[in-house]
Write a new protein. Structure first.
Lengths: 145, 118
């Protein structure tokens, strides 16, 4: 469902929960699209970091989800939507070092409790909405310099 | 020091060669936690780790890291090396521990950035 009309573009990338070997695929595709569009290096970096951390959180904690990318003049929006357990205490989840990662997830190098904080640093604006037992939506905005 | 000089001086094993070994490496970071590396390592840095899950390649590519050095003789899987070659990520190895590797790199003039890179 990739439609480019004029300067607006909407892209969707499905992310499967538990699929650690394919993790990073969506963010790497997003990075390539932005490169082709000639977006500035610094912006691509920030979007790629936020997309990667979002993707990993869906893989690690959710059943399944999607990364939605909206490219508009002056702004890129990344929305990570998932169906999953939700986040009971968002403020706590945002704290650096807080993690509920399982030993299996930790073995693969995740679980520092820094992902959400990296996303927040990378984005100009970030909003998390979550319903326990249903899922989580993280909306991030990146201004184009 | 260039990446080629680092490889030669410390006798590092080359699992996946650098796209350009003449790149100057001035900074390094050591961590086995990927989000910590994302937060603190930067472009053309050398990253010392004993983590060898395939995800290290995605993180190294994401941050444009010059080379990943896998310590303590942990050897990465063929699949990991294959993906590294395909993505142009340099993967090196050593029998030295993290402590020893970082000590030698520090003595050679390589420093930590000391501030976040996001
Ligand atoms: N999409 C999600 N669904 C449910 N819980 C989540 C989701 N994203 C994050 N969390 C919760 O928030 C915590 C903190 O997330 P964060 O990404 O900051 O760190 P982490 O994933 O534990 O470790 P790291 O990202 O550093 O590897 C997680 O441990 C988890 O409990
Ligand atoms: Mg995370």
């Amino acid at each position: 469902m990739n439609e480019a009309n004029g300067s607006k573009m909407h892209l969707e990338f499905p992310v499967q929960g538990g699929n650690f070997s394919g993790a990073g695929g969506a963010s790497s595709s997003i990075k390539n699209v932005l490169k082709q569009l000639g977006i500035a290096y610094d912006t691509i970096k920030r979007v790629a970091i936020a997309s990667y951390e979002s993707e990993i959180n869906i893989v690690a904690y959710a059943t399944r989800g999607e990364l939605l990318v909206d490219i508009e003049p002056g702004e890129i929006a990344i929305t990570a939507v998932d169906i999953g357990p939700g986040i009971p205490d968002i403020e706590k989840a945002l704290q650096e070092g807080y993690s509920t990662a399982t030993p299996l997830i930790r073995e693969m190098g995740f679980g520092a409790g820094l992902g959400l904080s990296n996303m927040q640093k990378a984005a100009d604006d970030m909003v998390i909405e979550s319903v326990v037992g249903e899922g989580t939506t993280v909306k991030m905005k990146f201004r184009l310099s | 020091m260039t990446l080629n000089e680092i490889i030669k001086t410390f006798g590092l094993t080359v699992y996946a060669p650098p796209a350009d070994g003449r790149v100057k490496v001035e900074h390094g970071y050591a961590s086995d936690l990927l989000s910590d590396v994302i937060a603190n390592a930067g472009r053309d840095d050398i990253w010392v780790t004993m983590q060898m899950h395939v995800n290290i390649i995605a993180v190294a590519a994401l941050k444009d890291i010059a080379a990943v050095v896998i310590v303590s003789s942990h050897s990465p899987a063929d699949e990991t090396i294959g993906i590294a070659k395909q993505k142009g990520v340099c993967v090196l190895g050593t029998g030295m521990t993290t402590f020893e590797t970082c000590g030698r790199l520090y003595a050679a003039g390589i420093r930590e950035r000391g501030k976040g890179t996001i």
